[in-house]
Design a protein around this ligand. Structure first.
Ligand code: SF4
Ligand code: SF4
Ligand code: SF4
Length: 183
């Protein structure tokens, strides 16, 4: 088995960020592979072709995809039923590439060319109005590099929002402490 940098492994992964490998996204799986903690047959979106590539890179024996993590299947795309969407916005945070457009009390819709088919939005919807459909033949699928860039932007936005919330909380605490002890 060869020691390989996680970035080199991450470059091979599909970047759907679906978490089916059992890790929080493609980069954490790449890091687990680099450290030897993960098997190379845990990524259903990458399937057999990815396993072959990983086996070559890591100097390991290829294995069949572990069915515990899912099965290899054609690409799918999320679609929101406009008749059923209640505009609750719960599907926005889990989308790892910000492929859903909408705001509170507004109809939500998927940006088709950005959807990685990860299915993470499905469980968030309280009215089950998000459905997975076959990827349209005529539409190109998003490339891994685009998925990675959009995911980094998503993570950066979430981190900035969390920092803003924390700052506001600290200011509130400071004001409450000052009001209780004006000396
Ligand atoms: S595509 Fe999904 S299963 Fe494959 S490495 Fe990325 S998060 Fe894991
Ligand atoms: S719209 Fe749903 S299926 Fe598509 S990338 Fe976002 S969370 Fe995944
Ligand atoms: S979670 Fe479902 S109902 Fe709520 S905004 Fe998203 S698609 Fe619409």
């Amino acid at each position: 088995m060869r020691r390989v940098d996680a970035a080199e492994i991450d470059a091979l992964l599909p970047q759907t960020q679906c978490t089916r490998c059992g890790y929080a996204g493609c980069r954490p799986y790449a890091e687990a592979l680099a450290s030897g903690a993960a098997a190379l047959n845990q990524c259903p979106p990458g399937g057999a072709a990815l396993i072959e590539s990983l086996a070559r890179l890591l100097g390991r024996e290829p294995l069949p995809l572990n069915p515990v993590h899912g099965v290899e299947a054609p690409a799918r795309i999320a679609w929101i039923d406009p008749q059923a969407c209640i505009g609750c916005a719960r599907c926005l945070p889990p989308c790892p590439v910000d492929a859903i457009l909408g705001a509170q009390r507004q109809l939500h819709t998927v940006i088709p060319a950005w959807c990685t088919g990860c299915e993470l939005c499905l469980v968030a919807c309280p009215v089950d109005c998000i459905h997975m459909r076959a990827w349209p033949d005529a539409m190109p699928q998003p490339q891994p590099a685009d998925n990675r860039r959009r995911h980094h932007a998503h993570e950066a936005r979430r981190a900035a929002a969390a920092a803003t919330r924390e700052q506001a909380l600290q200011q509130l605490k400071h004001r409450a402490t000052s009001a209780a002890d004006p000396t």
